[in-house]
Design a protein around this ligand. Structure first.
Ligand SMILES: C[S@@+](CC[C@H](N)C(=O)[O-])C[C@H]1O[C@@H](n2cnc3c(N)ncnc32)[C@H](O)[C@@H]1O
Length: 493
């Protein structure tokens, strides 16, 4: 069967190569018709002038009140996540286009704080409402959430937070009549909210029941609480340097295995060495699977579900001959940009990993499977509000399919690393147990050795020799993403 071609777009004019390790000089297609991009290097892309429009609709008869634009954008972001159920990151790209740097940062910070603290904020608001607001009055609901987030968690002066929340409520037809209520409720919260906050069980309130119940069942009440508590703070910025990167002043602390950790984020693109491609952003836990695969130079590695390419860059930097595959074309463009910036090379294929057929089996495969990503809530505070147990069920089916198909592309004796950034055992430990049962006698679990795990947190290695990382590990220095990592070996006949 010829596998379906997911993306039929081919570049008309290939970009020039700049001295990268062997490979194609232009995009081509393999025998199966999947789109391939060869190892590439391209110069910085030129973009045309930013056509922002004149924002007339929002500015009738004069300047809008100061600070209103980022708050309007923040409300759009809250609507995007809470009403439309879409990821915050997508919303950032979509709704912040008209804003300048500091305003973008503020809109993002307000939306992230509101989502991270949503349970606490709702507990502050609800007692002041006689009944829940109607669904169509979502602007008023979000204005309350935003106003409370700013006053109680961001130290915005109450008069500013309240007056803008009220103005923005008035601008929405379905919510305008509720502007008085928004004003009154926010005034009450400005008086008592900080004292009430001090009494709240923040970890519990900000974790939806469906997640809390799962974590208590899997990890016990104490660990569930530690996990949830870690989600209250933003994640630090972790950096993976290229092996040959010059020494850079990144105001960062070294972590085991080469990661650098900055306490504060800041504008990533402005940091030393970013433009030069000396490093990329990657949580310490997310960098571990490729480090454990540790391919020798020249090893043929298939990086399945590769975008945006953090692990592809690691593997390429180790000297492996990498094929990076992902189903999502626009995310594959990010892989390409990342490889370009870091001057690393890989073969890029946009295809469905469930049906992709390799010309030759690979020495090693890294399968970073799509998952619920519940290990990354510190970075994605929207996740608990847009995902549910139903998605996890569908994802486990996909992960099993990806694992089974990946094994068909692995050489006998080859190694497969399976990982997910999920805290849910169905997407980790249980997935491997089930795969071992399905492929009885054809694959085996290869436990990570003590030597390989000696720099990891003490409890990271499971009884089966797999790795289970929890967000509160190393909490004294900022925690880490939750991850599961296992190693399988394909039997020789
Ligand atoms: C966890 S992310 C991968 C992160 C990446 N490995 C890295 O280190 O930067 C999961 C990826 O799986 C991709 N994906 C989902 N379903 C897929 C499929 N059927 N075939 C190939 N890729 C898929 C998504 O597009 C997404 O980019």
């Amino acid at each position: 069967m010829v596998p379906p071609v997911i993306n039929t777009r081919l570049r008309a004019s290939p970009r020039p190569l700049k001295g990268l390790q062997g490979g194609m000089t232009k995009p081509n297609q393999n025998a199966s018709g999947q789109q391939k991009r060869g190892p590439q290097k391209r110069g910085p892309q030129k973009r045309g002038p930013n056509n922002r429009g004149n924002n007339r609709a929002n500015n009738r008869g004069g300047q809008p009140p100061s600070g209103i634009k980022p708050r309007r954008a923040a409300l759009r972001l809250l609507n995007h996540v809470l009403e439309e159920g879409k990821p915050l990151d997508d919303g950032l790209a979509y709704h912040l286009g008209e804003l300048e740097g500091p305003d973008r940062g503020l809109a993002r910070a307000i939306a992230s704080t509101a989502l991270r603290r949503l349970g606490q904020i709702e507990a502050l608001i609800t007692p002041h409402l006689k009944r829940p607001l109607k669904r169509k009055a979502s602007r008023a609901r979000h204005a309350l959430i935003m106003g409370a987030a700013e006053m109680i968690f961001m130290d915005t002066p109450p008069h500013a937070a309240i007056s803008i929340a009220v103005s923005l409520t008035k601008q929405d037809r379905d919510s305008a009549a509720l502007s008085g209520l928004v004003n009154a409720v926010l005034r009450r919260i400005s008086e008592t909210g900080k004292a009430e906050r001090a009494e709240q069980d923040a970890a519990r309130l900000n974790t939806p029941n469906w997640l809390w119940d799962r974590w208590v069942k899997t990890y016990g009440a104490d660990q569930a609480r530690s996990i949830a508590a870690q989600h209250l703070a933003e994640a630090p910025l972790d950096i993976t340097p290229k092996p040959d990167a010059p020494e850079l002043d990144l105001a960062a602390e070294p972590l085991p295995l080469g990661t650098l950790r900055r306490k504060s984020g800041g504008a990533i693109t402005g940091l030393p060495g970013f433009e030069a491609g000396d490093w990329w952003v990657q949580d310490w836990a997310a960098a571990l699977p490729a480090r454990l695969l540790n391919p020798a130079p020249g090893t043929r590695v298939l990086d399945l579900c590769a975008a945006p390419g953090g692990k592809t860059m690691q593997l390429a930097a180790m000297g492996a001959s990498v094929t990076a595959l992902d189903i999502n074309d626009s995310r594959m463009e990010r892989v390409e940009e990342n490889l370009d910036r870091t001057a690393l090379g890989a073969e890029l294929i946009t295809a469905d990993a469930l049906v992709f057929e390799a010309d030759d089996p690979y020495d090693a495969i890294l399968l970073d499977a799509p998952c619920s990503a519940t290990g990354t809530i510190r970075r994605h505070p929207d996740l608990p509000h847009i995902k549910g147990a139903k998605e996890i069920k569908a994802l486990t089916k996909l992960q099993a399919g990806l694992l089974d198909h990946a094994l068909t592309m692995l050489k006998p004796g080859g190694t497969l690393i399976y990982c997910t950034c999920s805290l849910e055992p169905e997407e980790g430990e249980a997935q491997i147990t089930a795969a071992l049962a399905r492929h009885d006698g054809q694959i085996s679990r290869t436990p990570f050795t003590d030597d390989e795990t000696k720099t990891l947190p003490d409890t990271a290695k499971t009884a089966d020799g797999e790795i289970r990382l929890l967000p509160y590990y190393w909490r004294e220095i900022g925690g880490m993403d939750g991850f599961f990592i296992a190693r399988l070996t394909k039997q020789t006949d």
